[in-house]
Design a protein around this ligand. Structure first.
Ligand code: GUN
Length: 299
């Protein structure tokens, strides 16, 4: 029987732990965990994600502030907002939703966030800590951290002797995911759009993590029998069977056929997606504990 990982359930237990840690930090130190979420422009998908993040932050008991800036915001205006959030002691986490409108450069903005408030884990200090094996003092990018919790459901914390293949090499996901798997003792292959014989490379994976951004690209023949498959893709595809103009969400993995070969697989929706928001909340309450000089909770 294939195990279908329940991201909603794992995320709910992370959220429960975040709520407990948030409440006890406030009781013991008077510090209320604060998250600032910044969104620029009108992209509906980004607004939907940001709305979900802000709502969850409130549910966790955070002081949650959303800054919604118009499309025509300048680089200087956005930089000034980040500088003011950096200087605000009531803000422990800053998230600037990506992608930014085309006229804005995201990297200088992301790198201007104080590393200790960088709850996205995208600052070079946090990326560098992860790359050098320091998983204790930095902040780890939310989607890889959440994917790793799902891997842990299947394999525990020690992946010694297991081959892991990550498809996708982005700074937001693929690179940090590879580092986390390596840190857990897996033998890691980073595959990407220029990889030759991708299907064969994937078919050697005990743990296959797909973040390619192409709907249902990973086929059953790419999956080693008994493997664990983690699907990081979220793709909207037309679903005329649901009515005219309707869409449905699919991952980067052809779920039905791969589920017949894998031992463990994460679905879309309901797999990695809920984990990302949960780990953002986890990073924020960790940042608040550190700012208050308290030992940070572990997730
Ligand atoms: N856009 C899509 N995913 C993410 C994310 O994890 N963080 C940020 N800041 N923007 C995103």
């Amino acid at each position: 029987m294939t195990v279908i990982l329940d991201g909603k359930q794992v995320a709910a237990s992370v959220i429960d732990a975040v709520k407990t840690a948030t409440a006890s930090l406030e009781t013991e130190t008077g510090v209320r965990t604060g998250l600032a979420v910044v969104i620029v422009g009108d992209d509906p998908a980004s607004h939907a994600y940001v709305g979900a993040k802000s709502r969850m932050a409130k549910e966790c008991g955070f002081n949650s502030v959303q800054h919604t800036l118009p499309e025509e915001t300048t680089q200087e205006d956005l930089a000034a907002l980040v500088a003011s959030l950096n200087a605000d002691p009531s803000v422990h986490g800053i998230l600037v939703q990506l992608p930014l409108p085309k006229h804005l450069k995201s990297d200088p903005i992301i790198q201007s966030i104080l590393p200790e408030k960088d709850v996205d884990g995208l600052h070079v200090v946090n990326a560098g800590k992860l790359a050098t094996g320091d998983l204790e003092t930095g902040l780890i990018s939310c989607t890889p951290a959440g994917s790793m919790l799902l891997v842990r459901q299947a394999h525990g914390t020690d992946l010694s002797g297991l081959n892991a293949v990550v498809i996708g090499r982005s700074n937001l996901f693929g690179k940090p995911m590879g580092q986390l798997l390596l840190n857990a003792n897996a033998t890691v292959t980073m595959a990407h759009s220029k990889t030759k014989n991708l299907a064969e490379v994937c078919a050697r994976a005990d743990i296959l993590v797909a973040a390619v951004g192409r709907p249902e690209m990973v086929k059953a023949s790419w999956v080693k029998p008994g493997a664990t498959v983690i699907d990081v893709g979220i793709n909207r595809i037309p679903a005329p069977e649901r009515g005219e103009g309707k869409f449905r969400l699919v991952g980067d993995v052809a779920f039905a056929e791969c589920a017949e070969i894998a031992s463990v697989i994460s679905p879309v929706p309901g797999g990695v997606g809920p984990m990302t928001i949960a780990m953002l909340m986890a990073n924020t309450v960790i940042a608040a504990h550190r700012a208050a000089g308290q030992p940070a909770p572990k997730f």
